[in-house]
Design a binder for this molecule. Structure first.
Ligand code: FES
Length: 203
């Protein structure tokens, strides 16, 4: 479970809107998830104190429903249909390829926080099964290769952005060094001149 920092004001605001009523626990959890992206242990401890409910009871209630998340979502979301029509059209071979490629190992979000993979029972495009939605784009009649290609496109974008960031940082550092050298030179010059003048005067 994520241990991300929470802001107490935000949580208190949500609790106040439900009058700290223990029977409103699910509604409070829904609002918290909407505001912060996922539920954390820190949040549950806060709720436990404020609503006088034990932390394990809060966790049991939240984990009963699939809608609650305990880890932040990845940058890109992949919604994959495992409904009946997609199942008949061999969606599971596509799903296995995706999970393997993303190295999910039982998690739903990749370790680098780039992708979150969720399974749903229908995306409403059964005639195009197997179907998945990547961010806001639908991909249908998928084979394992098509699915990996769609993901590879997003993976390719990452290094470019990272390289650009690195290049910017390097350019800034070079500019800093040049400015430092120039400043040193300027600082040294008057000293040399005065030394020469002093020598001349002495002669
Ligand atoms: S069953 Fe997969 S889109 Fe409907």
């Amino acid at each position: 479970m994520s241990e991300a920092k929470i802001d107490n004001k935000g949580i208190t605001g949500i609790l106040e809107s439900y009058d700290y009523e223990p029977s409103a626990l699910l509604a409070v959890l829904q609002d918290l998830q909407e505001k912060y992206g996922c539920l954390t242990l820190e949040m549950m401890r806060f709720l436990a104190d404020a609503m006088e409910i034990h932390v394990p009871d809060i966790y049991a209630a939240a984990s009963f429903y699939r809608m609650f998340r305990f880890e932040p979502r990845g940058k890109h979301s992949i919604t994959f249909c495992t409904g009946t029509t997609c199942h008949v059209n061999h969606c599971h071979s596509v799903l296995s390829a995706l999970k393997k490629d993303l190295r999910l190992n039982g998690r739903d979000t990749t370790k680098d926080g780039q992708f979150t993979l969720e399974e749903v029972h229908c995306l409403g495009l059964c005639h195009m099964g197997p179907v998945m939605k990547v961010d806001n784009e639908y991909h249908g009649r998928l084979g394992p290769g098509d699915a990996l290609k769609a993901i590879a496109k997003l993976k390719k974008k990452r290094p470019k952005a990272a390289v650009k960031k690195r290049e910017k940082k390097a350019a800034k550092e070079v500019a800093k060094k040049v400015a430092k050298k120039a400043a040193k030179k300027v600082a040294k010059k008057p000293g040399k001149k005065s030394a020469k003048k002093g020598a001349k005067r002495g002669a």
